[in-house]
Design a protein around this ligand. Structure first.
Ligand SMILES: Nc1ncnc2c1ncn2[C@@H]1O[C@H](COP(=O)(O)OP(=O)(O)OP(=O)(O)O)[C@@H](O)[C@H]1O
Ligand SMILES: [Mg+2]
Length: 251
């Protein structure tokens, strides 16, 4: 049975000194284990929305419920900013094991667990390498691995692949879908790329230029696992164009 994990009710917010609100009574729900992508023109408030959901911005009005309850969200929801924030002085293994150490595991136990998952993340052999020695795609994998090891159920990803070259990006999309199917986290993923948004998600959320009164939601009716051949599918192309049209008219 699908259950609602995250519910945003009537969210209104504008940064101090702004002449208008960014969000004006926004409501939406996200199901447990769902993959949602968030698109919208630059400056429409995508990053701001993730910061509200993650608990970094608190002076908004409205309610955000986790599992039906209004609780402190900071630390319960993982936010992966565009810059991956890996600690440069820690190796891949040490970066990956950090959340487990923070939880109180000994360094040895933390690294033992992280090592197991590194293999599943395609990072075997890179345990002792430092972040600056990794490619962009690999850094993103380490960052995501670290998020997974926090044990949180919700992951907010802010344009994680936008700095990657086209080929690496395609590989990372497939990799992420693979990880999602394995670990079944709930993901909200911002992207500028509508094709990426449709390829990954079960639903695409479209934000408009402020003030946003509602999110337009597009269900994506394709089964997983998805392959690149989907990109040429007639219904896929149609949906992509529909969302692009919504983006440009700022509906
Ligand atoms: N800390 C801040 N203080 C004041 N205004 C801000 C702050 N952060 C963002 N803004 C403004 O809020 C609006 C929404 O910004 P936000 O970063 O959420 O947009 P975005 O949709 O993520 O854009 P992009 O696609 O370019 O990343 C913009 O007008 C931006 O200038
Ligand atoms: Mg942003």
């Amino acid at each position: 049975m699908v259950a609602t994990l995250l519910e945003a009710k009537n969210i209104s917010y504008g940064y101090e000194g702004m002449s208008q609100l960014i969000f004006d009574g926004l409501s939406f729900t996200v199901q447990d284990g769902e993959f949602v992508t968030l698109v919208g023109p630059s400056g429409c408030g995508k990053t701001t929305l993730l910061h509200i959901l993650a608990g970094l911005i608190t002076d908004f009005s409205g309610n955000i419920l986790l599992d039906g309850m209004e609780v402190e969200r900071l630390g319960k929801i993982s936010l992966m900013p565009q810059q991956d924030l890996l600690l440069p002085w820690r190796t891949v293994l040490e970066n990956g094991s950090l959340p487990l150490e923070i939880k109180g595991l000994t360094k040895m136990d933390a690294q033992k667990q992280a090592r197991q998952i590194l293999i599943q993340f395609g990072l075997a052999g890179f345990e002792n390498v430092y972040p600056h020695q990794l490619s962009g795609g690999m850094r993103q994998r380490v960052a995501f691995l670290r998020s997974i090891l926090t044990g949180n159920k919700i992951f907010l990803l802010d344009e994680p692949f936008s700095a990657l070259d086209a080929l690496t990006r395609l590989k990372m999309q497939e990799w992420l879908l693979n990880m999602w199917q394995k670990f079944k986290p709930t993901i909200i993923f911002i992207t500028h790329d509508v094709e990426e948004a449709v390829f990954l998600a079960q639903r695409v959320f479209l934000l408009s230029p402020p003030p946003n009164k509602k999110i337009i939601e597009y269900p994506v009716p394709f089964f997983y696992p998805r392959s690149r051949s989907l990109l040429g599918n007639e219904n896929f192309v149609k949906l992509r164009q529909e969302i692009l049209a919504g983006l440009s008219t700022g509906e």
